[in-house]
Design a protein around this ligand. Structure first.
Ligand SMILES: NC(=O)C1=CN([C@@H]2O[C@H](COP(=O)(O)OP(=O)(O)OC[C@H]3O[C@@H](n4cnc5c(N)ncnc54)[C@H](O)[C@@H]3O)[C@@H](O)[C@H]2O)C=CC1
Ligand SMILES: O=C(O)C1=N[C@H](C(=O)O)C[C@H](O)C1
Length: 234
């Protein structure tokens, strides 16, 4: 498959390495704003750039008829706009806050735990995420996905970053040198604490998942999820 990399930082470079190992070719890579010309050649574009540039990059790919996989976080207020554009252009699009297999399994474990814990009101739930110092957005996209699922089964009103308000779900965001991505869900009572933790040891899981998503989009039209790519039942 011929891949275009929109964003060529930590993730773009890891994806390039794994894509070449899997026998794909990288026909274009951009670390900044770019013109449309390259699209004719690419079978899919993989977008890991910045919250400010994601929407523009996704739009360019959809307008050029190139399947687009987007992992950039921090732009989701425009997600519906991108879905509409994808439908209008009869394109193909996957966004995931986290492409790793482990985290997508963790999402299902989190859903199960949230349902199980719903009647046990003595437990207060919170989400913690820890990332490297260069991360631009907080909370992480993954923490937001985790929180939204918990909120479907909990009386809390909304999620909030670093809050002590009991009626909101607290997401604690920490920044520490070189942490690839750690997410912890805690249910705490006066008697005990139940914790679920996912810790990424490298960026390879995210990169591999993004390549699997690009492969999945081949000959497909529509908007898909990472759970569909991995065959994880809702
Ligand atoms: N969904 C997932 O599984 C994962 C998502 N991410 C997200 O992916 C994004 C990128 O992460 P990293 O690679 O670690 O960041 P990074 O800062 O190392 O790389 C971003 C790259 O995008 C480039 N860029 C900036 N504006 C651009 C534009 N208009 N067009 C093309 N490229 C542009 C920058 O020059 C830089 O090279 C972040 O939003 C991060 O949260 C990161 C890891 C996994
Ligand atoms: O910025 C990162 O590095 C990561 N971002 C994603 C997020 O915001 O959830 C996924 C992963 O945790 C790494």
């Amino acid at each position: 498959m011929k891949i275009a990399l929109l964003g060529y930082g930590k993730m773009g470079k890891t994806i390039e390495k794994l894509a070449l190992e899997k026998g794909h070719s990288v026909v274009y890579k951009s670390a900044s704003d770019f013109e449309k010309g390259f699209f004719d050649e690419a079978d899919a574009a993989i977008e890991f750039s910045s919250p400010e540039s994601a929407v523009k990059n996704i739009s360019k790919a959809l307008e050029a008829g190139i399947p687009i996989v987007c992992g950039t976080t921090g732009w989701l207020e425009k997600y519906d706009e991108m879905v509409n554009l994808c439908e209008k252009r009869n394109g193909s699009f996957i966004y995931a806050s986290n492409f790793s297999v482990g985290v997508n399994l963790f999402f299902s474990i989190n859903e199960y735990a949230a349902k199980l814990m719903a009647p046990w009101k003595e437990y207060n739930v919170s989400v913690e995420e820890i990332h490297h110092l260069e991360k631009k957005d907080a909370p992480s996209g993954t923490a937001i996905t985790i929180a939204e699922e918990i909120l479907k089964h909990n009386d809390k009103k909304n999620w909030k970053l670093n809050t002590s308000e009991e009626n909101n779900l607290n997401i604690i965001a920490k920044r520490e040198e070189d942490v690839k991505g750690t997410h912890i869900v805690s249910y705490e009572s006066s008697i005990d604490t139940i914790s679920l933790k996912h810790e990424a040891h490298s960026r390879e899981g995210f990169a591999l998942g993004a390549i699997l998503a690009a492969e999945y989009l081949k000959n497909k039209k529509g908007i898909f999820t990472m759970k569909e790519v991995l065959g994880i039942k809702e």
